[in-house]
Design a protein around this ligand. Structure first.
Ligand SMILES: [Zn+2]
Length: 428
């Protein structure tokens, strides 16, 4: 059992009664027949995994679903995630209390992963008018973001940060200066020139991040930079944290494992926002993880219908699905490469993200007697081949197709209920 929040790393039994953990002890007697026993020898039992950055595309306009909260929830638990936070760039966007409640209610009805939501910082994510941030938080929003876009206007961003601080929530910024990324589809540089594509400079991310951190110096809001792609951004977060700012940064599987070279051949599966960058950037992100600058992993699970990917590179949509293959990909990038150990990596997938969005106060992201029985059982060495065709997500857009990986969720338990179970794990 590994619980990064308490430092627990031991061999133990855990007893679940109803929706709570009632005992964590080296050996728990049970009357056979009284109790369901999951034999998890050789596995890691940890707090249910938390992903604070997913797109489940509901509410949506029109008849075609890129994803539903039901299919997204099934994908989450199959990947070991017992809690997710849905981004508000739905159609319409989550900028009213009613829409926040709609998403939360869907999650409760489906009853797989815990569904939380993030509300908009500005109305319609247009960056022009402040959203009713306090009311969105009151309605249950776990954070605020205009993800898909950054808040470009400085005065508006200042107001957003103040409202976020007043509401004691967090802001998650999609750092992208729109003025330097118009029509851009991949990392700026020689490869983009050779391919005839408009380049997206690292400065588009770094300049917005730098501006935000300067604005936030006096405001002190919980500020989180999503899906960081550039080494320069890691340095900015490092400096801000050293100055005592409550700033956090996030790394995504693709920005840890793929470079711009994956775009060669115009493979639209490698088209991301922000774009895949260079080997040096990957190394800088890993260094940031190793030294505690970057403390949160998020998939940016972004399902798209195939026809929007099966087109020319410049017009294809950005993003990939991530929930069902994130765990072994993080393992490959971080544990196999000696960046962090299992407790270190699991902290970035449990207590750290839970604390950012305030779910730690409900006992999410940790294992403790009396706390909610959300657990994930991981076989760290299970070998498998990533096959997007078998995903529960409706999204098939995944550049890791065919990769041979190690590590898999064997069971996901939410509120005491086994909501996902691999056939390879025994229940007596
Ligand atoms: Zn984003």
């Amino acid at each position: 059992m590994i619980d990064p929040a308490s430092g627990l790393d031991t061999t133990s039994d855990v007893l679940i009664e109803n929706d709570r953990i009632t005992a964590i002890k080296s050996s728990i007697d049970s009357n056979p027949g009284d109790i369901n026993v999951i034999e998890a020898g050789g596995c890691i039992v940890c707090p249910g995994l938390v992903d604070i950055h997913v797109h489940f595309r509901d509410p949506h306009r029109g008849q075609v679903h890129d994803e539903t909260i039901a299919s997204g929830s099934a994908a989450a638990v199959a990947g070991g995630f017992s809690t997710v936070c849905c981004m508000p760039n739905t159609k319409p966007a989550l900028d009213t209390p009613d829409r926040i409640k709609y998403v939360l209610d869907q999650g409760l009805d489906i009853g797989l992963t815990r569904i939380h939501t993030v509300g908009c910082g500005t109305i319609g994510r247009r960056g022009e008018q402040l959203a009713p941030i306090a009311e969105l938080v009151q309605a249950g929003a776990s954070g605020i973001s205009d993800d898909g876009d950054g808040v470009a206007d400085e005065a508006m961003m200042n107001s957003v940060l103040k409202a976020v601080a007043d509401a004691d929530t967090c802001f998650m910024q999609h750092c992208q200066d729109p003025s330097t990324t118009r029509g851009a589809s991949m990392n700026a540089g020689a490869l983009a020139m050779k391919m005839g594509l408009v380049g997206w400079p690292a400065s588009a991310e770094e300049s917005m991040l730098e501006r935000d951190l300067t604005l936030n110096k006096d405001i002190g809001a919980r500020y989180h930079a999503q899906h960081l792609s550039s080494g320069g951004s890691i340095d900015l977060i490092r400096t801000a944290r050293a100055d005592g700012q409550p700033a956090t940064g996030e790394a995504s599987p693709h920005h840890l494992l793929l470079t711009e070279e994956a775009c060669a051949g115009y493979d639209t599966a490698a088209k991301m926002n922000p774009p895949l960058r260079r080997r040096e950037d990957i190394e800088a992100i890993k260094l940031g993880i190793a030294d505690g600058t970057i403390t949160i992993l998020g998939t940016d699970h972004a399902p798209h219908p195939l026809h929007t990917k099966e087109t020319d590179f410049a017009s294809a949509s950005f993003g990939i699905v991530g929930l069902e293959c994130a765990l072994p990909l993080y393992r490959k990038a971080l544990i196999d490469e000696g960046v962090v150990d299992w407790p270190g990596m699991l902290a970035m997938m449990t207590c750290n993200p839970a604390a950012l969005v305030g779910l730690d106060t409900q006992g999410i992201g940790m294992l403790r007697e009396g706390g909610p029985a959300d657990l994930t059982i991981i076989d760290p060495d299970a070998e498998w081949i990533i096959d997007p065709g078998s995903f529960r997500s409706t999204g098939r857009n995944c550049p890791f197709k065919g990769w041979n990986v190690r590590g898999r969720a064997m069971a996901t338990i939410v509120s005491g209920k086994v909501v996902y179970q691999d056939t390879r794990i025994a229940v007596a």
